[in-house]
Design a protein around this ligand. Structure first.
Ligand code: PMP
Length: 440
């Protein structure tokens, strides 16, 4: 139980005791004390609609998660050096969702850590060091994976591009080099990999692999053209590299039609990385790979993580995946995502500032522009819309190289009323934008 708290006091203390680059969202930050499904409640009990957070995948404060966590904490919470059926049951559940030959699981504590491990596995298996990755990706916050996160290393004050990383253009067919009117755009974007491979050869490097978010999220909620990853993977494998799919944002049913994004792209990765939603808020990351790659890694020193694969984590992770199945949440993502996308496409027709609406299931981007002819990014418009939506108590984010893409990514529990609320409020805010622009 908390005593009544003053938001301003918490803000002041936070500014004193935390680094300034630990950012808060919104001009007027929110303080959230409770959650339930896709609803959030602030310090006064006022409700907000969560249209942003992908971590509470099966909904905030799910009673089944509370129950298994409490049950396991009463029994034991130990590590992978001892046998426990919760660990193998969790692995079995994950593997039931993945195609052959993906059959070996590693449990870690975050998406970052899973990507770190993916780098080690790729290097152990190939003997190479060099990585190829899209030019606006994010894979985590540690020294190792910042180096493959162009979004961070290229940012102001970032560490810069390491010599062992080659970047290829994000396959964005709205704003990138090849547009939607080009039938061959998937292959043309994929062919950019050839230059990256040539560069590695020229520099005397050796390829370890390719890593990408299956649908680039910080890149602007991009849905690459169908067949894109197949073209990239073919080239990477021909050059002896390992293909890593970061499914932290796209996995576990969010896309509605597909449990994992790579299925839509018609590929089977060598390594799949999961994070955020798989623990529904409990810190948990998972890496799945082939026996062949795991065996190469096993030639090296012992692998161990104190908390990764703890009994508690495994109980929670399995429960999350069971809930997705039991509550039909992937199907809900398909239906609700369809409703949202249809309503957002109406907005695209109605408002000039909406340049593009794209998405699948509950992974949605709305690209805002300030000029319909040039597609000049509507960065300030996006900031305005995001903050006004917060005023009417709907939480969503903004993303993309120009920070002009509204990011809609609610828990999979969202219902028709929630979708209506988002669409109704967004239309009102976009009307405000139109009026302001008219006056400006
Ligand atoms: N990969 C992707 C695609 C992500 O979006 C994130 C987190 N936003 C991560 C990796 C890192 O996950 P974590 O913050 O849990 O370490």
């Amino acid at each position: 139980r908390y005593q009544p708290v003053n938001r301003e006091d918490v803000l002041k203390e936070r500014r004193e005791h935390f680094g300034a680059n630990l950012r808060l969202t919104y001009d007027q930050p929110v303080m959230l004390m409770r959650g339930w499904k896709h609803h959030l409640f602030d310090e006064w009990g006022r409700p907000y609609l969560d249209a942003y957070n992908n971590v509470p995948h099966v909904g905030h404060a799910h009673p089944r998660i509370q129950a298994v966590a409490a049950d396991q904490l009463k029994r034991i919470n130990s590590n992978t050096r001892y046998l426990h059926p919760a660990q193998t049951e969790f692995a079995e559940k994950i593997l039931s969702k993945l195609p052959d030959p993906l059959s070996v699981c590693f449990f870690v504590n975050s998406g970052t850590e899973a990507n770190e491990l993916a780098l080690r596995l790729a290097r152990a298996h190939t003997g190479g060091k060099d990585m190829i990755t899209p030019d606006h990706g994010y894979h985590g916050n540690t020294t190792g994976v910042i180096d493959i996160s162009a979004y961070k290393f290229n940012a102001k004050g970032g560490v810069g591009q390491p010599d062992w990383v080659q970047l290829i253009e994000v396959a964005d067919d709205y704003r990138g080099s090849f547009g939607r009117d080009d039938q061959d755009r998937a292959e043309k974007f994929a062919a950019l990999t050839d230059t990256a491979l040539d560069n590695i050869t020229k520099c005397g490097g050796k390829l370890a692999g390719f890593i990408a978010e299956t649908y680039p999220s910080v890149g602007g909620q991009i849905i690459p053209p169908k067949g894109y990853l197949a073209g990239v993977y073919r080239r990477i494998r021909a050059a002896g590299g390992v293909c890593i799919a970061d499914e932290v944002q796209t996995g576990l049913g969010r896309l509605g039609e597909y449990y994992f994004g790579f299925e839509e792209q018609g590929v089977v990765p060598d390594i799949v990385v999961m994070g955020k939603p798989i623990g529904n808020g409990h810190p948990l990351g998972v890496l799945v790979t082939t026996h062949e790659i795991a065996d190469s890694f096993a030639q090296g020193p012992e692998y161990f993580s104190t908390f990764g694969g703890s009994t508690l984590s495994c109980r929670i992770g399995k429960e999350v995946l069971d809930i997705v199945d039991d509550e039909g949440l992937m199907e809900n993502a398909r239906i609700m995502g369809g409703k949202l996308l249809a309503g957002l496409r109406d907005c695209e027709r109605e408002f000039d500032v909406v340049g593009d609406v794209r998405g699948m299931g509950l992974f949605i981007g709305v690209e805002l522009i300030s000029d319909d002819n040039t597609r000049a990014p509507g960065t300030e418009i996006a900031a305005y819309v995001k903050n006004r939506m917060r005023d009417v108590r709907i939480l969503l984010g903004s993303e993309g190289p120009h920070d002009n893409v509204l990011k809609i990514r609610p828990p999979l529990t969202i219902d028709e009323e929630g979708c209506e609320m988002i669409l109704h409020s967004l239309k009102q805010v976009l009307q405000e934008v139109t009026i302001r622009q008219g006056m400006g």
